[in-house]
Design a protein around this ligand. Structure first.
Ligand code: F6P
Length: 359
């Protein structure tokens, strides 16, 4: 049996641990009857036929290693079916199917997030035996309660907020910590609550800057001159939420500040006169070792993916639902985002603690 494996999209903690989980389980079960091919840089390697035969030792000692031993890249789903001059009129999909056939692969194991799953589904619809694993620090993949990478990123972002707390309180300043997440706010919500932020702003709940300022002023009046705001990089104001997609893009393109946090900082400084600083942990949130939770989750996902392969059950993503690992059809996952509902338990819990969601 020949299995191809690839990691695609933005990296996150736990990718190597997940590859290890799948590979060790397959080698343990099938011994010499299984060959694993590592596909370099995600779909790029599948398109260009850039594969490497792996050996069991490649998957040893990587449990705690950040990043991905296979490399990754972002390949837009929109371009997958477009004929390309550089491929003599063939599409990227054609090229991927060619590689799959050329190497006589029996299945592909695909580790990725939202964009990756659209292409994984496309491959499955075109006869490829696909099993996938859900990764992303955003935890925004539909069909699973949890993606791997998320908890590790929450730990890092929370630690940043913890560190900011001491300097913010010493100086009596307002701090904005900008957390990753362009479209969804799970990471900001979890890190904000875990770090004890006073205000949490996420894309799903457009904020009112005056309401945010009211919170900061009230805190100062009550003897708390410092405040911490956890702001998702995709947070938007209630005025912006009314714009069309095109108008919103244009408005953001003409914004003079480098990100939403800096604009908000200027608006707050103008309105309250308070001293304010911005901190951006950025890609730090995706780096380093997976936390113990993610090591456990990726091992469970990895062995479940190996089970699906052994049972020839293809076209599924392994998912966590009610703390059980279950297969979910790729067709159900592809193209859907798991966003934060404004009345989900976590948001209600934040509100019940007096945390402002900016409204
Ligand atoms: O999807 C994961 C993620 O880290 C998002 O939270 C973030 O908005 C984006 O990737 C950053 O992308 P890039 O690595 O391409 O800068």
């Amino acid at each position: 049996m020949k299995i191809g494996m690839l990691t695609s999209g933005g990296d996150c903690q736990g990718l190597n641990s997940a590859l290890r989980g799948v590979a060790k389980s397959l080698y343990f079960r099938f011994g010499k009857d299984v060959e694993i091919y590592g596909i370099r840089d995600g779909y790029r390697g599948l398109i260009e036929g850039d594969l490497k035969k792996m050996s069991p030792s490649d998957f040893s000692g990587i449990l705690t290693l950040g990043g991905t031993i296979l490399g990754t890249s972002r390949q837009s789903f929109k371009t997958m079916c477009t004929p390309m001059e550089e491929y003599n009129g063939k599409t990227k999909l054609d090229k991927m199917l060619e590689t799959y056939k050329k190497y006589k692969l029996d299945a592909l194991v695909i580790l990725g997030g939202n964009g990756t799953h659209k292409t994984a589904n496309l491959l499955a619809q075109n006869g490829v035996n696909v099993v996938s694993l859900p990764k992303t620090i955003d935890n925004d993949l539909w069909g699973t309660d949890m993606t791997f990478g998320f908890q590790s990123a929450v730990d890092i972002a929370t630690n940043v907020i913890d560190c900011i707390h001491s300097t913010a309180s010493s100086h009596g300043r307002v701090f904005i910590v900008e957390v990753m997440g362009h479209k969804v706010g799970w990471l900001t919500l979890y890190a904000g609550i875990s770090g004890g932020a006073d205000v949490i702003l996420i894309p799903e709940i457009p904020y009112d800057v005056d309401k945010v300022c009211d919170v900061l002023k009230a805190r100062k009046k009550n003897g708390k001159p410092f405040s911490i705001l956890a702001v998702a990089e995709g947070a938007l104001s209630k005025e912006e939420a009314k714009l069309s997609k095109k108008e919103f893009k244009a408005a953001r393109a003409s914004m003079k500040e480098p990100s939403i946090s800096y604009r908000l900082a200027n608006e707050i400084a103008e309105r309250t006169g308070q001293e304010i600083r911005v901190t951006l942990p950025g890609h730090f949130q995706r780096g380093g070792s997976p936390c113990a939770y993610d090591r456990m989750l990726t091992t469970r996902f990895g062995t479940a993916a190996a089970d699906l392969i052994a049972n020839k059950q293809f076209g599924y993503m392994v998912a966590l639902r009610d703390n059980k690992v279950v297969p979910v059809p790729l067709s159900e996952v592809a193209g859907k985002l798991k966003t934060v509902s404004p009345d989900c338990e976590e948001v209600l819990s934040a509100k019940a603690m007096g945390i402002s969601m900016g409204i």
